[in-house]
Design a protein around this ligand. Structure first.
Ligand code: FAD
Length: 378
């Protein structure tokens, strides 16, 4: 594991930091939706690790890690196609036909095609292999009926990577297929789900006799589980670095809140801050370990589960602590409240941290079995 940038990585970080310092303020406070994505694409910061043949720069994962860290620290907006860029695109690079690669990869990088991920269902979340959305063969492709839930960005998406059961009598991991579904197809209905924050970032997708042409099957029919695992492995790629950098930004904001409230000399406040700082450093080094495994093997490795679990605990703890500091003022929300309601929003949003991208219970099971080598429960 190397903890310092190579000279090439240091030069990349320096250029990126200078570019972000100039571009982020301009885009954070205005501009049309998609402008930031266009700027990122034009500057060559999309698809850093994708092969050059598909519009990427063919760089090692450490560069994606540097991008993730610097853009989070600069509080840069996200690319408009988070799922396409980080998960679906790399899956198409690995498993797509040459025609699919030609058709989808460049528009994913430029943000012209926004993707969502239609895996979870009302009865298939942690147990993803229980997927029941079914696709039946037609003369030209597949007819899909079912229901997906918690699909982030589906309300903005042009396309969905959908996991469906194509073999009716199959169970669990067999008989599943990945389909690229045009979200404007007749029979697709997207119903936004409102969260406790008031935002509606994710959605229910109802599919009623949706026709999917044969050339939109991703990978071999019946091997959807293997394809879906590629997608999920990419979700874990550099997300630890991003999450840790975002937590660093929140920790700095917390220090400002502590000072604003005149609590910097309070010994109980200082003790909690010190503990949060230690947790943050532990996360940072675990992130470096995950990155080292990714660079060596191409896969993030089971320590990424430690990272995700520990990040969600620390983020929730930090948000709860900030609200405790506000005391009775914590119940005031909106633009006139402390930090314009930032802590109230983070506290509510952070509740989902221990569910999204693998629940804490599932991650504890993975750590027990694959990191600690304890006996399997099933
Ligand atoms: C913010 C957010 C964004 C999301 N975005 C997407 C998306 O874009 N696309 C998508 O497909 N999905 C998405 N999801 C869904 C997410 O992947 C699921 O919520 C998650 O996998 C858990 O599934 P579930 O909600 O069905 O809970 P369940 O699997 O029903 O679990 C319910 C409870 O039982 C526990 N449990 C279940 N099985 C076990 C076990 N074997 N051992 C111990 N405990 C267990 C769980 O930990 C949990 O506490 C998103 C979720 C959130 C919160």
């Amino acid at each position: 594991m190397h903890l310092r940038d190579t000279p090439q990585e240091a030069a990349f970080r320096r250029d990126l930091r200078a570019w972000l310092a100039e571009q982020v303020p301009r885009h954070r406070d205005g501009g049309a939706p998609g402008d930031w994505t266009k700027a990122l694409h034009a500057a060559g910061y999309t698809g850093l690790t994708w092969p050059a043949a598909y519009g990427g720069r063919g760089l090692p994962p450490t560069y994606q890690g540097i991008y993730a860290e610097e853009s989070a620290l600069a509080e840069a907006p996200d690319h408009s196609n988070v799922i396409g860029l980080g998960m679906v695109g790399p899956t198409i690079v690995s498993h797509g036909s040459p025609e699919q690669q030609q058709r989808f990869l460049e528009p994913i990088l430029s943000g012209a095609y926004v993707f969502c991920q239609g895996f979870s269902e009302p009865d298939a979340g942690s147990d993803l292999a229980a997927v029941r959305t079914r696709a039946t063969a037609t003369a030209d492709g597949w007819r899909v009926t079912g229901e997906k839930v918690w699909s982030s960005y589906a309300h903005q998406a042009d396309w969905c990577l959908l996991l469906a059961r194509t073999q009716p009598d199959s169970t669990a991991h067999t008989g599943l297929t990945c389909l690229l579904v045009d979200m404007r197809s007749p029979g697709v209905q997207v119903l936004p789900l409102r969260q406790s924050t008031g935002d509606a970032d994710f959605n229910q997708i109802v599919l009623d006799d949706v026709l999917v042409p044969r050339d939109c099957v991703l990978g071999p029919v019946g091997e959807g589980w293997r394809i879906a695992m590629t997608t999920l492995a990419h979700e874990r790629g550099t997300f630890g670095i991003t999450l840790t950098a975002r937590l660093t930004v929140e920790f700095d904001r917390l220090l400002r809140t502590v000072r604003d409230l005149g609590l910097a000399d309070d010994p109980t406040v200082r003790a909690e801050l010190a503990e949060l700082h230690v947790q943050l450093q532990a996360l940072r080094w675990t992130g470096h370990r995950t990155m080292a495994t990714l660079a060596r093997t191409g896969k993030p490795g089971p320590e990424s589960s430690v990272l995700k679990l520990h990040w969600s605990v620390t983020n929730q703890r930090l948000a709860a602590f900030a609200l405790r500091l506000l005391g009775p003022a914590a119940v005031l929300d909106g633009p006139d409240s402390h930090a314009a309601g930032h802590w109230q929003h983070l506290r509510l949003r952070s509740r989902a941290n221990s569910i999204e991208g693998g629940t804490s219970e599932i991650l504890r099971g993975i750590i027990a079995e694959r990191v600690l080598g304890l006996p399997r429960t099933r």
